[in-house]
Write a protein that binds this ligand. Structure first.
Ligand code: SF4
Length: 393
């Protein structure tokens, strides 16, 4: 009697659970397995890699300093041309006013990102960084996506090293890894023909990590990409993290953030499939298993809503991202109608899911254990008051 050949997935989850690194085809094979089984392994790995009792989040604010952009991604409902009436570029005082609101609620970081505005000179960027450091010395500045950095490199005639040194000298603390989407150029070319290509995205992130800047890895699903392309994206992130661990003293991605494509009001409406909650949770669990060298995995509430984000804490996520206080990009294209979260709301999500909430900095170091009892009691005193902070921005 002949012995049946093993299936491609035989023993895969056992090997993943034991911490064995999976290959690209093995990661791809995870998508064919029952989600509860994949989630159980992801959750067990999360418990090994981060404190199993704790869920973290950051108090920060997104500030989009301009919505003028000449890249024109098909999935973006945020950008404007400079001739459109609602286009804007914020001046330094307008940005300061937003930071003062963040300081008032104990925030520690701004995420400063914009469109690619060809009208802005290098002095706008360096002046802005210097202004924020001078007037808000306790606020950390994580700013500019690789797309914006690529623009600056070309427009200002600087080498990447010189440009980053100039920005760091002016006050830059970190370079968020926005614009990762799917780092496979077939997917990128269809979704946004002028979008930064994956080689440039990694070239800029690599230089930032080499210079000691904070970065995170990002991913967006729902363009119609294949499982093989999603797995390839994760493998590239993992390889970059290996390089940073090996060559840059461990200054790799501080975390991984993944969300689902929102297409409302965009040219991809009705053309890209998007992703359901099931797909989102599946992708999160697969990412936790595949990214064995990225300890922090975020749940995304702006795209998926609070309830799915809470469930994500059992699919490999150990972090709720940040309060944001103001989010304009995902919300312009739909999302779940929430542009910000209060500290109390994130505490409640964590506590109700059975975790101890902790406030962190952008490097995922815990800086405060909030008073849970006081925060939850405050809910019913005036639930709208905290929300109004974000709405004012
Ligand atoms: S996603 Fe960014 S780069 Fe693309 S159009 Fe929108 S603002 Fe511009």
């Amino acid at each position: 009697m002949s012995v049946p050949a093993p299936t491609p997935t035989a023993g895969l989850l056992d090997r993943a659970a034991s911490g064995e690194r999976l290959s690209h085809p093995e990661i791809e094979a995870l998508y064919a397995l029952p989600l509860p089984d994949v989630a159980a392994v992801a959750h067990a790995l999360r418990a090994e890699r981060r404190d199993p009792a704790v869920v973290t989040f950051l108090i920060d604010r997104n500030i989009n300093y301009t919505n003028i952009c000449n890249v024109g991604c098909n999935f973006c409902a945020f950008y404007r041309t400079k001739r459109q009436k609602d286009s804007y570029t914020l001046d330094y005082e307008q940005i300061s006013a937003k930071i003062r609101e963040l300081e008032a609620v104990g925030g520690t970081r701004i995420l400063l990102q914009g469109g690619v505005n060809p009208e802005l000179g290098l002095e706008y960027y360096t002046g802005l960084l210097r202004h924020v450091k001078a007037h808000h010395p306790t606020i950390r500045i994580d700013a500019f996506s690789p797309e914006e950095v690529l623009f600056m490199e070309k427009a200002f005639g600087l080498t990447l090293d010189d440009l980053l040194d100039t920005l760091i000298d002016a006050g830059l603390d970190g370079l968020p890894g926005a614009g990762g989407e799917i780092l496979e150029d077939d997917v990128r070319a269809k979704a946004a023909p002028a979008r930064i290509r994956s080689a440039d995205w990694f070239r800029i992130i690599d230089a930032a990590q080499r210079k000691g800047l904070y970065t995170i890895a990002t991913m967006v699903i729902g363009f119609g990409e294949t499982y093989a392309q999603r797995a390839a994206h994760l493998v590239k992130i993992r390889e970059q993290q290996d390089r940073a661990n090996r060559e840059y003293g461990g200054n790799g991605f501080s975390g991984f953030a993944m969300w689902t494509l929102q297409t409302e009001h965009t040219r991809l409406a009705g053309k890209a499939p998007g992703a359901t909650a099931h797909e989102y949770l599946q992708q999160l669990a697969v990412a936790r298993i595949a990214l064995d060298n990225v300890p922090n995995i975020q749940a995304s509430w702006p795209a998926q809503g609070f309830k799915v984000a809470q469930a994500a804490l059992y699919y490999g996520a150990n972090d709720l991202g940040s309060t944001m206080l103001e989010e304009n990009v995902v919300s312009a294209a739909g999302g779940h109608g929430r542009h910000n979260a209060t500290v109390r709301e994130l505490i409640r999500i964590a506590v109700d899911a059975g975790y101890t909430p902790a406030i962190r900095n952008s490097r995922f170091q815990i800086i405060e254990w909030p008073d849970v009892r006081a925060a939850l009691h405050q809910q019913d005193a005036n639930p709208e008051r905290e929300r109004a902070v974000g709405a004012a921005g």
